[in-house]
Design a protein around this ligand. Structure first.
Ligand code: DX5
Ligand code: ZN
Length: 230
């Protein structure tokens, strides 16, 4: 069953971001990170409007679905999640994370995601206070804290955002919820400890996995090793 609820929250799970893969051979790239120990696959969807970049759309997910059993962790960086979340789910997304800063009513988007059979997450950009997510927490499976400005891979990790993760972890504990805290942007061996110590349990990693100087397996192992700091 491909569902993020089946993944542990008490150790580090790793979602390699396909954005850093070689787009000329996506099948082989997905196989490579699957064999290297990926827990799920992160797909960055950008519309050239919510963020100044364009990536992949529903037909690409549809073509990749039969080649992989990994959970498709789909990160919608687009302005109209209400319109597009169901389309991505129809085409193979198992989980949808949309941005709180997008144009639609978050409660309505969560309902649409669940009605279409996927799990739901909300993401916040670096400048958005984490407390803005709290009204929706009871209905979420995941919160994604951006540790770079969304739009591009390969940027530098913003360590000053860790208090957002700490506060969110505290609020989730207080309410006794089971929600993944995912962090995305600039995370690798040198920065993962900081995220884990703050309470982030799910790591998105593009550059540090797909472009690891030794191997993707080594990149994933270095991230998993931070479980001891959680
Ligand atoms: C940025 C994306 C990230 C990005 C991460 O907008 O949401 O998922 O691909 O890439 P790295 O790990 O290279 O920062
Ligand atoms: Zn992402």
């Amino acid at each position: 069953m491909r569902n993020i609820r089946t993944l542990p929250i008490d150790r580090i799970t790793v979602a390699p971001s396909l954005l850093a893969a070689d787009f000329g051979k996506l099948n082989a790239e997905i196989k490579r990170v699957t064999e290297a120990g990926a827990d799920l696959l992160h797909l960055d969807i950008m519309d050239g409007h919510f963020v100044p970049n364009l990536t992949i759309g529903p037909p690409v997910l549809k073509s990749l679905r039969p080649v992989s059993n990994l959970i498709f962790d789909t990160h919608l960086m687009l302005s109209e999640p209400l319109k597009y979340a169901p389309v991505f789910i129809e085409n193979g997304a198992d989980h949808i994370t949309f941005h709180l800063e997008a144009d639609n009513d978050p409660a309505e988007v969560i309902r649409a995601i669940k009605a279409a059979g996927a799990t739901a997450g909300i993401s916040v950009k670096p400048g958005t206070p984490v407390e803005t997510v709290y009204p929706y927490l009871d209905d979420l499976d995941l919160v994604l804290i951006m540790t770079v400005e969304p739009g591009f891979g390969g940027q530098s990790f913003m360590a000053d955002l860790m208090p957002k993760i700490t506060a969110l972890r505290r609020e989730i504990r207080r309410r006794q919820l089971r929600i993944h805290i995912e962090a995305d942007g600039g995370i690798g061996a040198a920065t993962v400890e900081t995220v884990a110590r703050a309470g982030g349990n799910m790591i998105v990693a593009g550059t540090s996995v797909f472009r690891h100087p030794e191997s993707a397996a080594q990149g994933i192992a270095e991230l998993h090793a931070a479980s001891k700091f959680l």
